[in-house]
Design a protein around this ligand. Structure first.
Ligand code: ADP
Length: 829
């Protein structure tokens, strides 16, 4: 399925929306929670401030009540002694903490003190003499009302508030204290006796009220309004800055003014609740989780849709491929039948094998493909019934082509039932549902039958050949152990093929040859090349030695690894016997030839001397007695002289012939052009005299050999061409050169009398002549010498001739290795 661009975005948009919504909700909750927290915090602070204020007021009042008791006591007994005072004060202050002292000051001079111990110096102290307190004291006396001053630092250390209450006696007499008092006081009538004073430890009061060192520490307090001045007074407890941070304010009412209590939550007014961070983190996590869930919720159906579409597409592709595959199969006829046996599909293979086109068979009964006799016998129906019954039915039988010919083929009919794919025939006995149709696959066996037949024929041929072959045929594994040996081995080695199976071939050989052949097999296994004409000796079953001549080829697997060998071996024991005999004969011949040559040489040499004497004396006899004897005697003497001369030439030629092979030809190069030139120069005069033409090649090669002997060859050939020229025409002699493979062919052609075909070989034999001495004098050894010289140089000599037309003598000489040196041949005039 093609992926739409929106498919990837939609889940992300959904996730984004959900995350935004959750975060929005979170912000809202955070705002509400912050507000709620601030309100709660304010309420708690206010509540604590109110409680503290109440406790401070209560605590002060409780202590100030003591002063009132003192006033009552003085009013009852203005003349009370220190002792009485102390006793009453102790009783009154018992159980009340924070009272640093109680005092009476008659006429503003300290007269009584509790506790006296440690405060003796205070007795007699004129309170009006202290400028810091004078104003306050006068105000008490003047206005006759309770006045609280402080907190003040005490001489004894610490801070305290001092409460002063005027002691006014009830009688209307003259006021005792008149020195300083002003009239018009609001304390009612009576005479001012003095002052009752209480000194209260501030810290104790504030601690009891929970302002200092008490509470849960959640609220911070500060107090201002020293000397009861309220909001305008000094700050005497806590941070002065607290009052600038919008604290909760509570006025602590004093008898003559107020203190102001400031309260703030610890750390100030926080804008957010302490749980805000946790709440936000949880909110973000929740938003992420909700976003992810939304992404999955939106994405999964898209993926699912896409996967379903992709799966559908892949099924379609697969079906298309399958159908194309079926279509393209050519070796099998594949077609579908409906439930009633009518053709529903037809592939190329069916067309190729059966001959019907698709249009011709579609909708027609499959009985069309059965030979008429089979169709009439109801085979088409019975085969479908079998497939219907068992799910699948296979049969090998004759089929009918469109052109009426028949072929043997294998057909498999498979029933297609509901829920099964095409061609997915049920197994035997499976499924009771009626088939929707049938798939049919037919394979034409004709080709297979032909191949099997030709294989059988080929096997038979192989066995026949193996049976009659002179060689035995063998196969071995890579280590040279026989895996097959033909019957012939029984005749050759005396072992049956069965006896030789798995036996290493080298074990049958004489050790020396076995080692050689084992190395040979290893070599050829590594190169993969065949080996040919190897000779080796084996020991037959009877212990006799058998010479074998074998060839073989490595057998490789498809990956190139050599897995064995196969080859042939031939018994060459008889040949070897003949060969040995031949070699011995040749050696004998060579020896006798050497002896013969030696004999000819010696004979020719030794015969020359008596012959020369014979010739000399015959000549002397002829000259001295010619005409003095009768005619016959003269003739006889003439014969003796001629024969002696001829014998002399024969012996000299024989000596020349025998001397040819005295030594090997030299390895140095002989210039053939120079040899031809030298030989031709010797006949220059006669050629001129008889009006002959001598044609020489422009160029001739250099070949390894004897210059003198090559010159003699050309001398003999040119002499013969002149000797055996035709009387009917001018002589033309042509010497030519041409390369033939790795050799040079030199030829001497004349237009002389020619030679009969049957004498071609005779003329090269020593002393063989085709003419008499009278017509053509000669010894008959010239050509024999030529042939011997040429053969000694590794060449050959031959002749072709037409009697009455002319002859050509050919000599081939091996060319010098990698050499084409040569020289012009033209004769110097
Ligand atoms: P000779 O020439 O001495 O007889 P050769 O060995 O040279 O001996 O020749 C052998 C024979 O070959 C000759 O007697 C001759 O009959 C024949 N023969 C040689 N050369 C030619 C030639 N060019 N044409 C015809 N016959 C030839």
């Amino acid at each position: 399925m093609r992926r739409r661009p929106s498919d990837g975005l939609l889940p992300l948009i959904a996730a984004g929306l959900v995350i935004s919504m959750v975060l929005g909700g979170l912000l809202l909750i955070d705002g509400v929670e912050g507000g709620r927290y601030r309100e709660q915090s304010f309420a708690v602070t206010t509540q604590q401030a109110a409680a503290v204020r109440a406790r401070v007021e209560q605590s002060l009042n409780a202590r100030l009540f003591l002063v009132r008791s003192l006033v009552a006591m003085v009013r009852g007994n203005p003349e009370l002694t220190q002792g009485e005072f102390e006793e009453v004060a102790a009783a009154a202050a018992e159980g009340i903490s924070g009272v640093r002292g109680l005092a009476l000051a008659r006429n503003a001079i300290a007269t009584h003190f509790f506790p006296l111990a440690g405060n003796e110096q205070a007795i007699g102290h004129d309170l009006l003499a202290d400028p810091n307190r004078r104003g306050a004291i006068l105000e008490v006396i003047d206005r006759r009302r309770f006045l609280l001053q402080g907190p003040l630092p005490l001489l004894q250390g610490g801070e305290a508030v001092i409460g002063r209450l005027p002691v006014v006696l009830p009688d209307p007499g003259t006021p005792v204290v008149a020195r300083e008092a002003t009239s018009g006081s609001s304390a009612g009538s009576g005479r001012v006796w003095g002052l009752a004073v209480i000194i209260i430890d501030v810290e104790t009061i504030l601690r009891e009220a929970g302002v200092v060192g008490g509470g849960d520490g959640a609220v911070e307090f500060a107090l201002r309004g020293r000397d009861g001045l309220g909001a305008s007074g000094d700050v005497f407890l806590g941070r002065a800055g607290l009052f600038g941070e919008a604290p909760v304010l509570a006025d602590i009412t004093l008898p003559n003014g107020s203190w102001q209590l400031g309260a703030l939550p610890q750390g100030g007014w926080s804008r957010q609740s302490p749980h805000a961070t946790t709440l936000r983190l949880l909110g973000v996590a929740l938003a992420a989780a909700c976003g992810f869930a939304a992404w999955r919720l939106v994405r999964d159906p898209i993926c699912l849709r896409r996967d379903v579409a992709a799966a559908r597409e892949s099924v379609l592709v697969s079906e298309r491929r399958q159908s194309m595959l079926v279509e393209s199969v050519e070796d099998y006829a594949i077609y579908m039948l409906g439930a009633n046996g009518a053709v529903a599909s037809w592939n190329n293979g069916a067309f190729r094998i059966m001959g019907h086109s698709t249009e011709e068979v579609m909708g027609r009964s499959h009985a069309l493909f059965y030979p008429p006799d089979a169709a009439q016998a109801g085979l088409p129906e019975s085969e479908l019934a079998a497939a219907r019954r068992r799910g699948r039915h296979s049969v090998e039988r004759w089929h009918l082509r469109k052109d009426g010919t028949r072929f043997l083929g294998v057909t498999t009919i498979a029933a297609i039932r509901p829920g099964e794919g095409a061609g997915g025939g049920a197994g035997e006995g499976s499924g009771d549902a009626q088939p929707l149709g049938f798939s049919v696959v037919t394979h034409d066996l004709t080709q297979r039958i032909q191949i099997e037949s030709s294989l059988r024929e080929s096997n038979r041929r192989f066995h026949d050949i193996v049976g009659v072959a002179g060689e035995f045929i063998w196969e071995s594994d890579a280590k040279g152990r026989y895996t097959f040996v033909s019957e012939r081995v029984l005749d050759v080695l005396g072992h049956s093929p069965a006896e030789l199976l798995h036996c290493a071939m080298v074990d049958l050989m004489v050790p020396e040859d076995g080692v050689r052949v084992a190395a040979l097999l290893r070599d050829h296994a590594s190169t993969g090349r065949p080996f040919r004409h190897e000779e080796f000796r084996c020991l037959g079953k009877d212990g006799g030695m058998v010479w074998l001549w074998g060839s073989g080829i490595p057998v490789s697997r498809a990956d190139g690894e050599v897995i064995g060998f196969r080859g042939v071996a031939q018994d060459i024991s008889d040949q070897k016997l003949i060969e040995n005999r031949l070699r011995r004969t040749v050696e004998k011949l060579e020896r006798s030839n050497v002896e013969l040559t030696r004999f000819a040489e010696v004979a020719a040499h030794d015969l020359q001397e008596p012959l020369r004497i014979m010739v000399s004396y015959a000549d002397l006899l002829s000259r001295r007695y010619a005409g003095r004897m009768d005619k016959d005697a003269d003739d006889f003497l003439g014969f003796i002289v001629d024969s002696s001369v001829r014998m002399k030439s024969l012996i000299q030629d024989l000596l020349r012939y025998s001397l040819i092979e005295r030594s090997d030809p030299p390895a140095s190069l002989a210039d053939i052009g120079a040899c031809i030139r030298e030989a031709a120069a010797e006949f220059k005069d006669i050629v001129h005299a008889i009006g002959a033409r001598l044609e020489l090649p422009d160029w001739a090669p250099q070949v390894p050999g004897d210059v003198r002997q090559f010159t003699e060859v050309f001398r003999n050939l040119l002499a013969n061409a002149i000797e055996y020229r035709s009387p009917d025409r001018d002589l033309v002699i042509t010497v030519a050169v041409k390369p033939i493979g790795a050799a040079w062919e030199l030829s001497v052609t004349d237009n002389g009398i020619g030679i009969e075909h049957q004498y071609y070989h005779r003329i090269f034999v020593v002393f063989e002549r085709l003419h008499t001495q009278r017509t053509h004098p000669g010894t008959g050894i010239g050509l024999a010498i030529c042939k011997k010289i040429v053969e000694r140089h590794g060449g050959t000599m031959s002749v072709t001739s037409d009697p009455g037309i002319g002859s050509t003598f050919f000599l081939t000489l091996p060319a010098a290795a990698a050499d084409e040196h040569g020289a012009p041949v033209a004769l110097a005039e």
